[in-house]
Design a protein around this ligand. Structure first.
Ligand code: NAD
Ligand code: WQD
Length: 337
């Protein structure tokens, strides 16, 4: 049985990846410092998969801890999600991002190199494209992140590319996620933001649940079909399955392979609200306000490369994303608390 180290495995996306790993015959070992997640998420993963996860509370900046984990658990490959992800915070506290995301990744790669484990799947983001000039966005599009968070992702991508060109033994899959949303169908795990959410879907969920008063739609004067921003929302379970496809491809891959993980379809803010109203069965108060600084009009993926090379394609549509997000919200009004 292959043993996979999942850094950041108790977080939103990591917990869903752990479920897919366990139910596909892998063993999951998680290292997470719980800076943005709850230990309860791992217990819920174990309930869903009816298998246990080896959980180690620790920081990826702790290189000697990582070395010990890689050796003690005889790890076969790493899925690396640990990091900070708030764009606004990255602008006000850039060093936190260069430390956690860039130095943290360097520490992990150093530990892997030291023990001779050279297979990794890395969580990157469509944010590395910045404001794409053409949609759908292919992996070959220009990379032009516009904030420290996005740059931290790009720097790690470049670090991985340098490593792979220095040593043929490295097998790397870089996954550029578009907009992950939704939750596991069981309603047991989902996104649990510690503060008021910045992202659309968790915000809509909390308004639908009456925990926030109303949604602000950031601008309706973009050159999109209804004037509101268009994004490629992808169900987190589809996203998690993309990691398994990437893991399975690692040994046959060529150094570094980069894949967009998106559905290929863009939805506007108003379309998301309408679908969420359907899922929740009642109205969601919203009003249009000014554009959010730094936002772009439109961004959706060309996911063709992942389909051709990994045999992976997103299966779940916007209705399932909203229904599953709503089930998670309704069943867990206080999140994991
Ligand atoms: P999350 O915050 O829920 O998960 C990240 C996990 O990493 C958390 O459990 C946190 O406690 C842990 N962590 C942070 N710093 C750490 C450190 N130094 N050592 C150990 N653990 C640490 O976020 P998520 O949405 O699950 O995102 C997972 C990854 O995917 C991140 O790298 C993120 O940048 C990337 N990503 C997320 C999105 C998105 O919209 N959610 C989009 C693109 C890429
Ligand atoms: C989606 C749309 C908003 C909130 C961010 C990061 C990106 C990635 C995913 C990690 C936009 C609109 C939002 C609200 C709104 N994360 N909106 N009212 O901005 O595409 O991407 O998360 O890698 O790096 O930048 O996602 O969910 O914040 O916004 O009208 O209260 O919803 O303007 O059009 P975004 P989002």
């Amino acid at each position: 049985m292959q043993r996979i180290l999942v850094t950041g495995g108790s977080g939103y996306i990591g917990s869903h990846i752990c479920v897919e790993l366990l139910t596909s015959g892998f063993q999951a070992v998680v290292v997470d410092n719980l800076s943005n997640s709850n230990r309860e998420a791992i217990r819920r993963v174990e309930t869903i998969a009816e298998q246990s996860v080896d959980f180690i509370q620790g920081d990826i900046l702790d290189e000697s801890l990582l070395r010990r984990v890689l050796e003690d658990y005889n790890i076969d490959a790493v899925v690396h999600l640990a990091g900070l992800k708030a764009v606004g915070e990255s602008v006000s506290h850039p060093l936190r991002y260069y430390d956690n995301n860039v130095a943290g990744s360097r520490s992990l790669l150093q530990a892997m190199d030291a023990v001779g484990l050279k297979k990794i799947v890395f969580s990157s983001s469509a944010t590395v494209y910045g404001n794409p000039s053409i949609n759908p966005v292919a992996e070959s599009a220009a990379l032009n992140p516009t904030n420290p968070y996005g740059r931290s992702k790009l720097f790690v991508e470049e670090m991985l590319a340098d490593l792979a060109s220095s040593d043929d033994d490295w097998h790397v899959a870089v996954l550029r996620y578009f907009n992950p949303v939704g939750a596991h169908h069981s309603g047991l795990i989902g996104e649990d933001p510690l503060d008021t959410p910045n992202n659309l879907m968790p915000y809509v969920s909390k308004v639908a649940a009456g925990k926030l008063e109303r949604l602000s739609v950031f601008g309706d004067d973009y050159s999109t079909r209804d004037g509101t921003g268009v994004r490629d929302y992808i169900h987190v379970v589809d996203l998690a399955k993309g990691h398994l496809a990437a893991l399975n491809s690692l040994s046959t891959g060529t150094g570094v392979d980069v894949y967009n993980l998106g559905t290929g379809t863009g939805y506007s803010v108003l379309e998301v609200i309408r679908e969420f109203v359907e899922a929740a069965g009642h109205d969601i108060p919203y009003g249009v306000v000014a554009r959010r600084p730094g936002d772009i009009a439109e961004c959706y993926a060309d996911p063709g490369k992942a389909e051709r090379e990994l045999g992976w394609r997103a299966q779940l549509g916007l209705a399932a994303m909203c229904e599953d997000a709503w089930r998670w919200q309704r069943n867990n009004p206080e999140g994991f608390q």
